[in-house]
Design a protein around this ligand. Sequence first.
Ligand code: UDP
Length: 559
Amino acid sequence: MTDSVVDSILKARYLREGEKDYDDICRRVAEALGENEDEIRDYYSEMLSLRFLPNSPTLMNAGTELGQLSACFTLYVGDSISEIFDAVSWGAQIHKTGGGTGYNFSNIRPEGSPVCSTDGVASGPVSFMKVFNAATEVIKQGGRRRGANMGILNVWHPDILNFIESKKNEGDIANFNISVMVNDEFMELVEAGEFDKVWIHHPNTGEDITVGAVWEGIINGIWRNGEPGVLFYDEINRKNMTPNLGSIDTTNPCGEQPLLHFESCVLGSLNLSKFIYKDVLDRKALERSTRIAVRFLDSVIEKNVFPIPQIRIATRRTRKIGLGLMGVHDALLMLKLAYDSPEGRDFCEETMAFVNEISADESHRLAAEKGAFPAFKGSVWGDYEVRNAAMTTIAPTGTISLLAGCSSGIEPVFSYAYTRKDTVQKTFEMIHPLFESELEKTLSGIGKSPSEVKDLKRKAINHVHETGTIQDLLWLPESFRRIFKTALDIDWRSHVLMQAAFQRNVHASISKTINMPESATKKDIADVLLLSWHEKIKGLTIYRTGSRQSVVLELSKRE
Ligand code: UDP
C-alpha cells in the first residue's frame, strides 16, 4: 500500500486534533483501553505492527469525548408510528458516532392494512424504510463517513415482493443494503420445485403470492444489481449462542453480525499475512495476538460510551465481540496455496478453528478473572464459563485492510493492479507487492534475462491492470497462474466453499461477496443460493460483474 493512500485515509477518518500519524492513533487507543502498563504496551504494539486492528469507530473515537467504539448495531422496529420513529432517532444517534445499524422491518403491518387510530391505511415497511434512508442521508457519521444500514424483511411478510423490488434502480434507497430473511421451509419448497404453491396470501390486495414469484424476485434482483442479499434465518438461529434470550432476526449493515435487538458488537481483525514466517504459519505468534485481541475487544465493552441505554443493557448482557481475520488471501499467496483449492480451504479452516478455540479459551480465562457474561445461564456454553457470548466474526475490513495494506477480510484479491478510488474521491494506482516480487522471481527462475524479466513484468502488470486476470497469459508458468487468481478468476462454487470453511469456525457470520462473471445466468444465481444454504452459510451477497455502474474498485487502463 502506498503511503499516500494511508495518509489520505488517516487524514479523512482517524487523526484527531494534535495527532500527526498512525503511531499517535495507536498510542491514544491503547491508552484508552489498556488497564495497566503491560496491556497498553501489548495493544499499542499489536496495532502498530499491523498484526491487529479494531474496527474504525474504535480507531476514531477511543480516548475521545465521543467514546463510541462499535461498528455494529441492530435496533428494534415496532409497528406503531412512535416505535418506528423512535428507531429512526436511535439510528441517527448511532450513525453520528460511526456505527452502522440493522433493522428487521417485518413487524410493520403490510401496505393497505387498516390503521385504527386514524381510519386510514398503512403504507407498509418499504415506505418507512425510505424515511430511515432520508434520515441517514443528512447525518454523516461523526462528520467522517455516511451511515450504513441493513434493511431486512422476512420472506413470509406479505409485502415481500415490493421489498425485493425496492432497490430495483441503482441509487434507490442508497443508504441501505437490503436482505431477505429466508427460512428452511421456503428453501425446501424451492428445492422441491414447488414454485406454483401459494406461499403467502396478501391480506389487503388479495393476491396469492407463490413460492416461484418470491424466488424469481430474489434471483432477478440479484442478477440485475446484486440486491437483495439473502440471510438464512434457521441457520442463524441454530447457531444462536443465547437462545435463552430469544431468536435472532437482524444483522448489522454488511451482514457479518447477527444480533438480538439492541445489541452492539465491536469488531477487530488479525492480519493473517503478518503471521506467515518463512513459508509457514507461526501459530505461537497467532495465539499470542489472538489472546491480546480478545482482551482488547472485551475492554471495549467496558469503556464504550453507548449511544442509548437499551444498547448498553443488551450489549453488556451478552458481551459479544467479533474477532476475525483479514489478509487471508495474502497469506495464501505467501504459502503458495490457491484460494480455490482444497488445500487452501483446509488451511483456512484449520487456522480459523485455531483462532476460534484460542478466543474461547481467552474468554474463559477472562471469565475466571472478571466473571462470565450475565446471560450465561441457558446459553450454548453449558458449564464452560466465558466472558463473551460470541467471540468471532469475519468483517469486511473495508478501511482497516487498507490501513494494514492487506487483502480485505477473507476475500480474494480483486486485481493485482488496479486504480483505487477512495471514499474521498482521490484515485491511486495500486500494484500488489507480492504479485510483483513473485512475478520477478518466477520469470528469473525460468531463465529469462534481466531485461526480458523487466519487459515481461511490465507486460503482465499492464495486462492484469486492464483485464483483471493473468490466466490468459500462457507464457507465464501454470504454477504461477494457479496461485495468482483474482476474485473473478475464482468460480462461484469455490467462493461459497471458502465461506463455508470459515463459517464452520466462526460464531457470528461472515461478510463475503460471491463474485460472478457478467455472463452468469439466473440459474447460476439460484444454484449459488441453494449451495450456500446446504453448506450452512448464514448469509451472503452475490455480485455479477458489470451489473452496477458505481463500484469502488475499478480496473482501468494505465494512463
Ligand atoms: N460500517 C458503517 N459505515 C461504513 C462502513 C462500515 O457503519 O461506511 C459498519 C457496518 O456495520 C459494517 C462494519 O462497520 O458491517 C464493519 O465494516 P468494515 O469492516 O468495512 O469497517 P472498517 O473497520 O474497515 O472501517
